[in-house]
Design a protein around this ligand. Structure first.
Ligand code: H2U
Ligand code: ZN
Length: 344
């Protein structure tokens, strides 16, 4: 019944976002004469004078970073969301609609070391980052005007990271952003229709099949989702059902650090080069009500396609019709499973 998945063009449904992806397995071998990414970058220094994320260096607002060790958090000097202290909106005929948006933006340096990445950090140091995420979610999420706390990392110049110094961003907003809102609706509908959690059910099926499972520990599993759009997209899914980062138990925080290190190491080893990606956590919204249908997870969206120098673009058909992929998610999972969890 499912023999066409590896041979025929087909569409797969993403139940978490309610969207389709076009899969064209036969197309993986097409020739490429387009843009190539820079090959392996030169090694980075431990400290980079002039880096606005290094200890003791100047930031754009004229402040000097302290001589921090480990994790360092500061308010983004160019915050996209600010505490606007005003609630206002207009709606002119449903055609001209706008609303004041307030919020908070922070930058989190993972380490004082300029040359590290999550993959090259010690698991216990990644654990300190996870603790900062959890505390920020609780602290910022508790604010009256904050309905969602989005934590994300852009890694690599090709994904728009402004600086290789290991860091992530926290954007917390007075609205629930569209991606979280889509997942909220999909998970709530699933629970209402089926009486169970979408990601609990999905993970149970993937754990049994193991075809798209990359790696796991006691608390988390990494899956190339059946509906993956990016070639090596993965979802990190909590094994226990909970929604908010405030509910992440201490042993789960350690397990999350472990799985992040192992997954990012597999990525780096896949093409023997630092692997660019956008990754982000999807905890439940913080607007007050309980979210019994929400299942904590994280997404990795890496752009690389078949080597460290050829990337996937979301253009053309993707912008106008639907996302599309060539290599199947099953083939990508196999490649990630074969990739080592340690550096040689
Ligand atoms: P990205 O590399 O993901 O763009 O994150 C870097 C963030 O750091 C970016 O949002 C902020 C930028 O606004 N930044 C500061 O807050 N202070 C600075 O001195 C430079 C950059
Ligand atoms: Zn630096």
């Amino acid at each position: 019944m499912t023999d066409f998945l590896q041979t025929l063009s087909h569409r797969r449904f993403n139940p978490l976002r309610g969207e389709w992806v076009l899969v064209s397995p036969h197309r993986a071998q097409r020739p490429w004469r387009g843009q190539v990414e820079a090959a392996t970058p030169a090694p980075l220094p431990v400290h980079e004078p002039g880096c606005y994320l290094c200890p003791g260096e100047l930031r754009a607002n004229g402040e000097r970073n302290p001589l921090f060790e480990g994790v360092y958090v500061f308010d983004n000097d160019f915050a996209a969301l600010r505490p606007e202290n005003r609630v206002d909106e207009f709606n002119d005929d449903g055609l001209f609609v706008a609303r004041v948006e307030s919020g908070v933006c922070r930058v989190v340096c993972f380490s004082s070391r300029h040359d590290l990445t999550l993959s090259r950090m010690e698991t216990r140091d990644i654990r300190r980052v996870v603790d900062v995420w959890r505390n920020a979610y609780v602290e910022i999420g508790a604010r009256e005007n904050i309905r969602y706390v989005q934590i994300f990392e852009n890694r690599g110049a090709t994904m728009g990271a402004s600086n290789p110094h290991p860091h992530c961003q926290i954007w917390a907003s007075s609205s629930i952003p569209d991606e979280a809102a889509k997942e909220d609706r999909a998970q709530a509908d699933f629970l209402a229709r089926r009486g169970s959690c979408l990601l609990c059910d999905y993970l149970a099926r993937e754990s049994a099949a193991r075809e798209r499972l990359v790696c796991e520990n006691d608390a988390f599993a990494v899956i190339v989702p059946f509906w993956a759009v990016w070639p090596f997209e993965t979802t990190v899914i909590a094994k226990r059902h909970f929604g908010g980062l405030n509910e992440l138990a201490n042993d789960e925080a350690g397990a999350f650090a472990d799985i992040l290190k192992r997954l990012t190491t597999r990525y780096d080893n896949l093409f023997s080069a630092p692997f660019p990606y956008t990754m982000g956590l999807h905890p439940s919204p913080t607007d007050g009500p309980a979210y019994p249908h929400w299942h904590f997870h994280a997404h990795f969206y890496p752009p690389l396609l078949r080597s460290a120098t050829v990337r996937k673009f979301m253009v053309g058909y993707e912008m106008l019709a639907s996302p599309q992929r060539d290599m199947t998610p099953e083939a990508a999972a196999e490649m990630l499973r074969t990739s080592s969890e340690t550096f040689g």
